[in-house]
Design a protein around this ligand. Structure first.
Ligand code: TEU
Ligand code: CA
Length: 546
């Protein structure tokens, strides 16, 4: 079917779409598939190789589609299967693959499987989910907590048992120990693959091997057995890309997922660079001050761990994380410079870079002032829990404005038209008022924009094998402001230097790092050599090929 090179996803730049917030075609305030189709030319211009499409399946939308009630249909608010096929075809014409979000750790409680499962203790599908008797006192079987706060067990009054939900109570966990359930999942995956999708991003895939009676949730004993079975039954022989979301992945176990002889996944999303910034007790709601040395330690460690085998995914943000420029850069004075710096540092590492919608022109965090503006169930649950425990609403909102998932979910700012060109109606979540200055229209027209910078990076990936395959060597590992590394392949060296701070700085460059050649990309003046000393402007970043 394809004329794409082997491992096409290694040189590709990926782009994540969160459909609800991307583009609304019919004025109901909710992004949809026809809206995505209308932006395919924009994505092609950016140089996107594949789109990770967050869930578009039929869903009651308790968690914006991460709660699926029909795996083989499209949510009416997003469109129809015919719309989806038009999206696939339109993307394919432009050389863009569509990667589906596979959410199979859990389904919706409104999925027919769960409705049948809960109907009675001896229902044929009872065992598709995880049911346990109450504890001796009638309470939950264990004190396991949901990732969204509160107990991970909910009592079904009618049958007198509790079901497991590691997320919301409307997201009951599927029982992967049941072979019939696994067969049903393989069948569904093959149905999408036969339709022409380019692969899957797999939601919380490190949870499927859980052994709940032993309190083991992530990275359970049967995880890799299931992934290998999945590969055999669905992916084998198909030219697709797979990326597993794995909050528990470490450099010690990453190769179990994506090692070349494992027949499991192409790569995982690891989150060590995200979680190392969180408070031990209050987690992401109480972030620590930014620590560049710690961040580099994590990213450099991953580069080293997957140097010979496996493959990295590279990302600053997604629909669960704050906006990259707000989190790691300066979203005020140096917004443009720091957004370009972040892109340069990330996209020239070894791995497949993922752009989260709006990142390519520097969208920022939401800055909500009232709890009523937040829509995410996770934020609203933790607000209730933490305020009950004595955290002040103001303190919670301050934390949420830094790290809540809604920061990433405000609508894409297409233009300076009313409602940022996202919708002609009332958006489901407030639009960031900064859309008048920060929008795609402006960025596409400006040759110096963040968008233009991302487009150059995507182009360079296709042009230069050293970006895709070169070895990685970090420089200035202990420096609190500098992020620098070099890449090496077939006698070529790519050197990347970045000032990760708003203060200018002066550097003595070690002999082995000096370089003279072609300036590839920069966010200030172009540079084609690196001498014995370097002075860097705030957030300056550049790359030299020598
Ligand atoms: O995320 C998994 C996950 O662990 C996050 O929800 C995490 O708990 C949170 O962002 C950190 O505080 C995946 C999806 O990406 C997310 O959108 C879903 O809500 C979740 O799974 C359940 O499907
Ligand atoms: Ca719509």
């Amino acid at each position: 079917m394809s004329t794409r090179p082997d491992n096409w996803w290694k040189s590709a730049t990926a782009y994540q779409i969160y459909p609800r917030s991307f583009c609304d075609s019919n004025g109901d305030g909710i992004g949809d598939i026809p809206g995505i189709i209308s932006k395919l030319d924009y994505l092609a211009e950016l140089g996107v190789g594949f789109i990770w499409l967050s869930p578009v399946y039929r869903s009651p939308m308790a968690d914006n589609g991460y709660d699926i009630s029909d795996y083989q249909d499209i949510a009416p608010e997003f469109g129809t299967l015919a719309d989806f096929d038009r999206l696939l075809a339109g993307a394919r014409e432009r050389g863009i693959g569509i990667v589906m979000d596979l959410v199979v750790n859990h389904s919706s409680d409104e999925h027919p499987w769960f409705i049948e499962s809960r109907a009675s203790r001896d229902s044929a599908k009872r065992d598709y989910y995880i049911w346990r008797d109450p504890a001796a006192d009638g309470g939950p079987p264990s004190d396991l907590q949901s990732f969204f706060g509160g107990p991970a067990w909910t009592l079904d009054e009618a049958t007198g048992q509790y079901y497991l939900h590691l997320f919301d109570r409307k997201q009951p966990d599927l029982n992967w120990e049941n072979p019939a359930l696994r067969q049903a999942i393989w069948k569904m995956m093959n149905w999408w693959l036969d339709r022409g999708v380019a692969g899957f991003r797999m939601d919380v895939i490190d949870l499927i091997g859980k052994e709940v009676d032993k309190g083991i949730v992530a990275d359970g004993p049967r995880l890799h057995e299931y992934l290998q079975e999945m590969h055999r039954e669905t992916l084998a022989g198909r030219d697709v890309v797979t990326v597993g979301e794995a909050w528990s992945a470490s450099t010690d176990n990453a190769l179990l997922y994506c090692g070349r002889d494992r027949d499991e996944l192409s790569m995982v999303f690891q989150f060590e660079h995200v979680t190392q910034q969180h408070d031990e007790k209050l987690g992401k709601w109480k972030p620590k001050p930014f620590d560049l040395v710690a961040l580099k330690r994590v990213l450099n460690k991953w580069q080293a761990a997957l140097a010979e085998d496996g493959w990295n995914s590279l990302f600053w943000g997604n629909h669960d994380l704050p906006r990259a420029v707000s989190k790691y850069g300066d979203d005020k004075v140096y917004r443009v410079e720091s957004a370009k710096m972040l892109a340069t540092v990330l996209h020239l590492m070894k791995g497949t870079p993922y752009i989260y919608q709006g990142e390519e022109f520097g969208m920022t965090n939401a800055a909500f002032s009232d709890i009523s503006q937040f829509k995410d169930l996770e934020t609203l649950n933790f607000y209730r829990l933490q305020v009950a425990e004595g955290v002040s609403p103001e303190a919670f909102i301050a934390g949420a404005n830094e790290n809540s998932r809604d920061n990433a979910r405000t609508p894409v700012q297409w233009s300076d038209a009313p409602q940022a060109g996202f919708t002609t109606g009332t958006p489901w979540i407030d639009i960031n008022p900064n859309y008048r200055e920060i929008n795609a229209d402006q960025a596409v027209r400006d040759p110096e924009s963040i968008f233009a910078h991302y487009r150059s990076l995507a182009g360079l990936r296709c042009e230069l094998p050293v970006i895709v395959n070169g070895d990685y060597r970090p420089w200035f590992e202990e420096h609190p402001q500098v992020f620098a590394y070099s890449r090496h392949l077939d006698g070529q060296t790519l050197t990347v230097v970045a000032n990760f701070s708003d203060r200018p700085l002066q550097l003595d460059v070690p002999e082995a790092m000096r370089a003279e050649g072609r300036g590839l990309i920069a966010n200030y003046d172009c540079r084609d050599h690196i001498g014995a000393t370097l002075s860097l402007q705030p957030y300056e970043a550049f790359a030299v090929l020598s």
